[in-house]
Design a protein around this ligand. Structure first.
Ligand SMILES: [Zn+2]
Ligand SMILES: [Zn+2]
Length: 362
């Protein structure tokens, strides 16, 4: 039995051996009036996938399929879909699959911050009927149309995938905090998300400062478009050298425990903003000296809204931005490879799983 009764996916079947996922078949969620069925062609590999699969964020659920940077083709539309999608359209789904669409936050383009129990993540979230959502390392996904986005024709599928979670997660704080011409913007942590932060901030017209511990990412950062590179462990007085310089810093590091916020604050102009997008292990705490924060704002940002995802896709299409992506064919072995290499940081700078038509026969 296959689609539409069953979907297939590469799932964590044994949490103790999470790096060796297995191919399974499972029931999709109930088909609702606003749902879109998508036959998946590619899925980006997000740091969240590894956190979830490895139980870093609490015990992984049984037979969990992860993946929330999904690109595929529309194969079926619910009877009440009204956002203009058509069967055959190439579309994407990011990390959010549902929200109430009715609260103050949802109505002001802040769906990621919806507090309702109707907010559901693309995987490991729970729908109102108890169904646990399954992600994009799979043959198909079924998602509410509000969280399905048409991909502009000139963005290759494997490059569109990482925009849908990682990309918009760094784009949203850039957009919301005035990144643009005349602004000096720092990106801390040059990895899967940070490298896209450099690309977007530059495309938005800002002067870009790539900030990392060592100089190992310097060459890549400059190629990506950074105007300056700061190696914090190698340039002793960097916080003094760049004092009173930056208008905005986006923290993209995977861990906050070894970041000296006081040094970052010293580089900020008055009114400057530091926004973190890191979701480290739940046990981590941020240490701050209140006096160091004089005149500077600090906050945490989550994902991006439908409006922001569409804006990002338009920006990437218009400016022909190219995230650095390595493709790996999806299979049990392929997912094992990306999980193990993500753990080692062995990726430049983002994986996209591809060749779904070869792995899934429906
Ligand atoms: Zn809401
Ligand atoms: Zn993600």
């Amino acid at each position: 039995m296959s689609y539409p009764e069953k979907f297939q996916g590469i799932a964590v079947t044994n949490p103790a051996d999470w790096t060796h996922p297995k191919k399974i078949s499972y029931d999709p969620k109930k088909f609702d009036d606003y749902d879109v069925d998508i036959k998946i062609e590619a899925c980006g590999v997000c740091g969240s996938d590894v956190h979830r699969a490895s139980s870093n964020w609490g015990p992984v659920k049984a037979n969990q399929v992860v993946g929330h940077e999904i690109v595929g083709r529309v194969v079926k539309l619910g009877p009440k879909c009204k956002l203009g999608l058509k069967v055959g359209d190439r579309v994407g789904v990011g990390a959010q699959a549902k929200s109430c669409l009715n609260c103050k936050r949802c109505k002001s383009d802040n769906e990621p911050y919806c507090k309702s129990k109707d907010r559901v993540g693309t995987y490991s979230g729970t729908y109102s009927d108890g169904y646990v959502s399954q992600g994009g390392y799979a043959s198909h996904v079924r998602t509410h149309e509000h969280f399905v986005f048409k991909i502009p024709d000139n963005i290759p599928t494997e490059l569109a995938a990482p925009l849908l979670c990682g990309g918009v997660t760094v784009f949203s704080p850039l957009l919301r905090n005035g990144c643009g011409p005349g602004k000096k913007v720092g990106v801390v942590g040059i990895g899967g998300i940070g490298h896209m932060g450099i690309l977007f901030a530059k495309a938005m017209g800002a002067e870009v400062y790539a900030i990392s511990r060592s100089s190992s990412k310097k060459e890549d950062s400059l190629k990506l478009g950074a105007d300056y590179y700061i190696a914090t462990q190698e340039e002793k007085d960097w916080a003094t050298t760049y004092a009173d310089t930056l208008d905005l810093i986006v923290l993209c590091a995977s861990s906050l425990s070894d970041i000296n916020i006081d040094d970052l604050v010293a580089t900020m102009t008055i009114g400057g903003k530091i926004v973190s997008i890191a979701i480290p292990d739940a046990s981590q705490q941020l240490t701050l000296k209140p006096f160091g924060l004089l005149g500077v704002y600090i906050s945490n940002s989550a994902l991006g809204s439908r409006k922001e995802i569409i804006q990002l896709l338009d920006l990437v299409s218009e400016k022909k931005i190219k995230p650095w992506v390595q493709t790996v064919p999806i299979s049990e072995a392929g997912v094992n490879e990306v999980f193990e290499r993500m753990e080692k940081g062995d990726v430049k700078y983002r994986f996209t799983l591809v060749d779904f038509d070869k792995e899934f026969d429906n």
